[in-house]
Design a protein around this ligand. Structure first.
Ligand code: FAD
Length: 476
């Protein structure tokens, strides 16, 4: 079958890859001139890379890791020590660590929590441990039920002191969905905790060894093209055209950069776009269908990714750091963590600025100035006295609608990859899969989408499958 896929983020590319494996021919149509969607990155005039987001891969990302293995690029994941490192609020410039010893899960996680006495007191650890018992005993069904509560509400229900939120979960909630614990659904935090506690390497982190479009997305594109598939940039989906029976008859695309608009015809059609642009392109007759109308409840959350290049080394730490700051979420010195960005003498800090709703509309200079203020607490030794670190340059990447905002009640709104329209499917990290709105979720959604298409193709009589011309980009 020929399958037209709108969107070359990780979900669209993964869908294309697994369709190839099943013997189908994917045609990927990406709106922008760069691969990767939320993992897209660009080079500045000096050749330095800047990214849509600081991206961390976890041991728990089984589907992502399998994809790396299938592409033979596993060596591009740079695994770090099995730890979580938080900035200490009370003592600027110092860190508190959760170190996971070499023991099977959940013993390594318990040892990491029990071994940290900077952030949680013993009564807090005990109250939290008791609170987690239903999640451990009842697993995912309990975790799904908890989607009615925010994380702050869940902690209050279990009599866990608010201080635990301030100490640990403010940072974790911002890292997971760029929002605070009073907004995030407890299902999100419990899903992450479950993976971390149940899988020995679940919380171990890796950085990609370079920019994601070239180091991760391009190998998928090469794989797809080598098997007869196509990937086209600068090809935005403009309209989903319907046949008289209500099924999709074509994707109308393009019309930018002087190119003629085109009608792409295929046997099956996939939207691997984020939920916000998908809603804008839904054909009128579909909008009242519950499967599509419930998408109204899924809305992208704003986030800002900041890159700061300094004239010296600010830290030697080769790991992700949880800032525990009001303005910032996680950050890393990419000159230590990422081979392609390596510099023995100068730091490049990549920092996630969240929650960003009050900042997304402000000028870059204001955002950078506010971030530099925060750095006085994170690196006091470099931002006081006579010989202070000098900022060489900065890049700010704003994403006004990133992953969907995981407030309580969203789980039931997430659509399955198979839609009620027989030849139309969805992929994307917002669609239903057992991982969160993450790279792993995107890859898994693409795989599940390919499986759904494959199932539908084996249900179809041979005469109905096909019919599209082999020339994939048929100009109208
Ligand atoms: C700042 C930041 C930090 C993050 N950190 C992490 C992390 O550490 N770990 C993690 O696992 N995840 C992280 N994520 C989330 C992760 O990046 C996403 O969950 C994942 O990349 C989403 O992939 P996707 O394919 O579902 O969507 P997208 O990546 O959004 O891809 C959708 C694609 O559709 C294209 N498109 C849109 N409209 C059209 C159209 N009309 N026609 C054709 N194409 C169109 C877009 O250009 C895009 O390429 C982070 C995200 C951000 C923004």
């Amino acid at each position: 079958m020929r399958v037209a896929i709108a969107g070359a983020g990780l979900a669209g590319l993964s869908c294309a890859k697994y369709l190839c494996d099943a013997g189908h021919v994917p045609i990927v149509l990406e709106a922008r001139d760069v691969l990767g969607g939320k993992v897209a990155a660009w080079q500045d005039e000096d050749g330095d890379w800047y990214e849509t987001g600081l991206h961390i891969f976890f041991g728990a990302y089984r589907n992502m890791r399998q994809l790396f293995a299938e592409l033979n690029i596993e060596d591009r994941l740079q695994w770090k020590s099995h730890s979580m490192i938080f900035n200490q609020k009370e003592v600027p410039g110092t860190y508190s660590r959760f170190d996971f010893p070499d023991l099977p899960a959940p013993l390594n996680g318990l040892a990491a929590i029990l071994g940290n006495n900077d952030m949680l007191t013993w009564p807090e650890k005990i109250a939290f441990g008791i609170g987690l018992v239903p999640a451990i005993l009842r697993g995912q069904s309990y975790v799904e039920e908890c989607d009615q509560y925010s994380w702050s509400e869940w902690l209050a229900l279990h009599n866990i002191p608010e201080r635990v939120n301030d100490e640990v979960f403010l940072a974790m909630s911002k890292a997971l969905n760029f929002i605070n614990p009073d907004e995030i659904s407890s299902t999100v935090v419990l899903t992450a905790l479950n993976r971390f506690l149940q899988e020995t390497d679940g919380s171990q982190m890796a950085f990609l060894d370079g920019n994601p479009p070239q180091r991760l997305c391009q190998p998928i594109v090469d794989y797809v093209r080598a098997r007869g598939g196509e990937v086209h940039l600068d090809s935005p989906l403009r309209e989903i055209q319907l046949a008289e029976d209500g099924s999709v008859s074509g994707f109308r695309i393009g019309g930018i950069k002087g190119k003629e608009p085109q009608l792409i015809q295929a046997d099956a059609y996939v939207s691997a776009m984020p939920v916000d642009p998908l809603k804008l392109l839904l054909p009128e007759p579909w909008k009242a269908m519950p499967y599509f109308s419930k998408l109204d409840g899924l809305v992208g959350v704003p986030v800002i990714n900041i890159h700061l290049w300094f004239d010296r080394k600010l830290t030697e730490i080769d790991h992700l750091l949880f800032s525990r700051s009001d303005l910032l979420s996680v950050y890393a010195d990419m000159s230590n963590t990422c081979r392609e960005y390596e510099d023995p003498n100068k730091s490049m800090l990549e920092l996630v600025f969240a929650p960003a709703k009050d900042w997304i509309g402000r000028p870059d200079a204001e955002i950078v100035a506010a971030t530099l203020e925060e750095l006085k607490r994170l690196f006091p030794m470099h931002f006081s006295g006579n010989d202070q670190a000098q900022l060489l340059k900065a890049k700010v990447v704003k994403t006004p609608q990133s992953v969907y905002k995981t407030v309580p009640g969203c789980q039931q709104l997430r659509p399955d990859q198979a839609s009620p329209i027989p030849n139309f499917f969805l992929a994307g990290c917002f669609t239903m899969q057992r991982y969160l709105a993450s790279m792993e979720g995107a890859v898994l959604s693409g795989k599940q989408c390919a499986e759904a298409i494959n199932r539908s193709s084996s249900d179809q009589p041979a005469a109905q499958s096909g019919g599209a011309s082999p020339a994939s980009l048929a100009a109208v």
